[in-house]
Design a protein around this ligand. Structure first.
Ligand code: IPM
Ligand code: MG
Length: 356
């Protein structure tokens, strides 16, 4: 029996999670689920977005299935109490330094992409994002009276961008191995023309590349990478980057596929359970209306079966069913186009189960 911590979170989290659980249950696998509150709902109930018990639950589980966190109504809380701390805290507590974000454009959805169909049709790229370092977690950070410079004496906010060499090495190995299993072409994204952190990143990528002579390593500055993603995304196969750039570029990559509601992700470390979540947010504006696309969460559950439990056949069954549902013409609102049938969140979950 595998134990899964189910953390649905805020906004559309509970609706999309319910669909993923429906699909996992229909597969009749030896899985047990334990649900807990995280994010704004946990703050409302317990005064903290990531109660210690939830971290314990996650640690003793075999995998974590995560929905989404965040709600405008908590935006004025002190940062450590904001809903986003639930996911940031879990990534840190579980040491999940690898974030795999595959962006696949199903041929059926090319019309939903903001780019011309020929640019995105057949797109299949993998973004490898470092997830526990960078300016997201670097210390020191805070607010203070500016000690120097033109604005000395005024209030300022500051964060620290930093990467240690071994921290870059471990994500580099993950990315090179991923590239070995694919086209043997790796794009590393940085801003080495400006940032010291990025120079260390780039030098380390080059050093690690010596261990993977078959892989061609290409470097791109992040501004250029953002441009290449919309100019010629199919030229990119595996892309590796730091936490901040990866956050931004993965939203961009998601839109190439038609909707951010389509992209799953896996967050992995060493020794602790992995965490699987859609890359999109909690969308509080559409919560509870049955409008949310559950496919990213359903596909995240498939990634969990494959990467955490080696259940390849079952993962493929879910992915195949999602593909079939799309080719049969069923859509949620975010990917709707003329001539297709629009389904609610729940109806889309049911349709995937029925097709499977
Ligand atoms: C993501 C999200 C998170 C991040 C937020 C919710 C903290 O945008 O997973 O991409 O910035 O990493
Ligand atoms: Mg993001």
């Amino acid at each position: 029996m595998k134990k899964i911590a189910v953390l649905a979170g805020d906004g559309i989290g509970p609706e999309i999670m319910a669909q993923a659980l429906k699909i996992l249950t229909a597969l009749k696998l030896p899985l047990e689920f334990e649900e807990a509150l995280v994010g704004g709902v946990a703050y409302a109930a317990f005064g903290h977005p990531l109660p210690a018990e939830v971290v314990e639950l996650a640690k003793k589980s075999d995998a974590v299935l995560f929905g989404a966190v965040g709600d405008f109504k908590y935006d004025n809380l002190p940062r450590h109490l904001r809903p986003e701390q639930a996911i940031l805290g879990l990534r840190k507590a579980l040491g999940l330094f690898v974030n795999l974000r595959p962006a696949i454009c199903y041929p059926e959805l090319t019309a939903a992409s903001s780019l011309k169909p020929e640019l995105v049709s057949g797109l299949d790229l993998l973004l490898v994002r470092e997830l526990t370092g960078d300016v997201y977690f670097g210390q020191p950070r805070g607010k203070r009276i500016s000690p120097d410079g033109v604005f000395a004496g005024t209030e300022e906010g500051f964060d620290t961008m930093r990467y240690a060499v071994p921290e870059v090495e471990r994500i580099a190995h993950v990315a090179f191995k991923a590239a070995m299993g694919r086209s043997k072409h790796l794009v590393s994204v940085d801003k080495a023309n400006v940032l010291e952190t990025s120079q260390v990143w780039r030098d380390t990528m080059i050093k690690v590349s010596k261990e993977y002579p078959e892989v061609t390593l290409e470097h791109m500055y992040v501004d250029n990478a953002a441009m290449q993603l919309v100019k010629a995304p199919k030229k990119i196969d595996v892309m590796v980057t730091g936490n901040l750039f990866g956050d931004i570029l993965s939203d961009e990559a998601a839109m190439l596929t038609g909707s951010i509601g389509m992209l799953p992700s896996a967050s992995l470390g060493t020794g602790n359970p992995g965490l699987f979540e859609p890359i999109h947010g909690s969308a509080p504006d559409i919560a509870g209306q049955g409008k949310a696309n559950p496919l990213a969460t359903i596909l995240s559950a498939a990634m969990m079966l494959r990467l955490a439990f080696d259940m390849d056949a079952e993962a493929a069954a879910i992915e195949g069913a999602v593909h079939k549902v799309l080719s049969d013409g069923f859509r949620t609102g975010d990917i709707m186009e003329a001539g297709k049938t629009q389904l609610s969140t729940t109806a889309m979950g049911d349709k995937v189960v029925e097709t499977m």
